[in-house]
Design a protein around this ligand. Structure first.
Ligand code: NAD
Length: 332
């Protein structure tokens, strides 16, 4: 198939080319560093499929343009698909596939990295020591052993976070509309209210769907323990950033670690170090000493990129050959 790969970075080219080569070069891949949106959709002309990532915009307008150009497949090289208008895709006869599984350890381990960094204030300690400031004032942390960790979404990633945190000696609460037996072996399911009220660390591992946008808001923040650590490596819009800022200012939120941000599409995956950031909310968030932000890099391990590229090439091949599409995304 002829595939237009959008938002292509050097690592996308490297891993997709390697996977395509390993499978005998079944597809012709053209790379575009721009994001897919209605204005850039014309780049897909002459291609059968587009391959996209988390911040490409596949709303109705983009999809209609793609359909006019003859594109029949949207293949996401990520798990989340909240950026695709599935109803419009279905009505236009465009099939959507994703990478439903890739190293869940990548995101889970990054989540734990954020927890440790915040708790032991490693971001501040690192800068201090480089400045020949060896004072410990302000660097005191707390033992994770004995803490309660509330995991919202106990799917593949949430369960691994739970297993790692169990290794630290934490107690686990889980909240998930579809409970898993694997999680029950290590933790206790409870209501969202109890999880929020009793957890020292709350970490988000559920997908973003319209029903849970701003799941973490002024009301749910008020239900949390004072000084709670909030971690989001899932999707930015699960959290109302302005409410979180108020929570940090009042001391209700003691620590915030995020790998995703609700307005990240104008910031992340690009070098803006020579520009003036216009997003005041993001800049304010950055200014707090108890906030650690990474730019959607939790997935970014060579293991995960290998899995993602292999599955993406397989998705293309299955579609081309009319084989069952194990990774098809259908409207619920
Ligand atoms: P998964 O499908 O295995 O698990 C998601 C779990 O969330 C499921 O058990 C589901 O029942 C549960 N869930 C759904 N709605 C919920 C709700 N409203 N409240 C609580 N739980 C709910 O997915 P996964 O592989 O574990 O990935 C989880 C999320 O991580 C993805 O949806 C994606 O948004 C995010 N993610 C982030 C990165 C990154 O680089 N930061 C990379 C991959 C995935």
């Amino acid at each position: 198939m002829k595939v237009a790969v959008f938002s292509a970075k050097s690592y996308d080219r490297e891993f997709l080319n390697a996977a395509n080569a390993a499978q005998g070069y079944p597809h012709y891949l053209s790379y575009y560093d721009v994001r897919l949106r209605s204005k850039t959709a014309s780049l897909a002309k002459g291609h059968d499929a587009v391959c996209v990532f988390v911040n490409d915009e596949l709303g109705a307008e983009t999809l209609k343009r793609l359909a006019e150009l003859g594109v029949r497949l949207v293949t996401l090289r990520c798990t989340g698909f909240n950026n695709v208008d599935l109803a419009t895709a279905a009505s236009l006869g465009i099939t959507v596939t994703r990478v439903s599984t890739y190293s869940p350890y990548s995101v889970a381990e990054h989540t734990v990295g954020l927890i440790l960094m915040l708790n032991r204030k490693l971001h501040r300690a690192y800068n201090r020591v480089r400045d020949d400031n060896f004072s410990l004032e302000g660097l005191m942390g707390f033992d994770l052993h004995g803490c309660t960790v509330g995991i919202i979404g106990t799917g593949k990633i949430g369960r691994i976070v739970g297993q790692i945190m169990r290794g630290f000696g934490c107690h686990l609460y889980g909240y998930d509309p579809y409970p898993s037996e694997t999680f029950r072996e290590i933790g206790t399911y409870t209501t969202l209210e109890t999880l929020l009220a009793e957890s020292d660390i709350v970490t988000l591992h559920c997908p973003l769907v319209p029903e849970n946008e701003h799941l973490i808001n002024a009301t749910t923040i008020a239900q949390m323990k004072r000084g709670v650590m909030l971690i989001n490596t899932s999707r930015g819009k699960l959290v109302d950033t302005k409410a979180v800022i108020e929570g940090i200012k009042s001391g209700q939120i003691g620590y915030l670690g995020i790998d995703v941000y609700e307005e990240e599409d104008s910031l992340f995956f690009q070098d803006l170090s020579d520009t003036i950031i216009q997003d005041d909310t993001f800049q304010l968030l950055q200014s707090f000493p108890n906030v650690v932000i990474t730019a959607h890099q939790a997935f970014f391990t060579r293991n995960a990129l290998t899995d993602i590229a292999r599955t993406t090439i397989e998705n293309l091949t299955c579609f081309e050959q009319g084989l069952p599409l194990a990774n098809e995304v259908k409207q619920m």
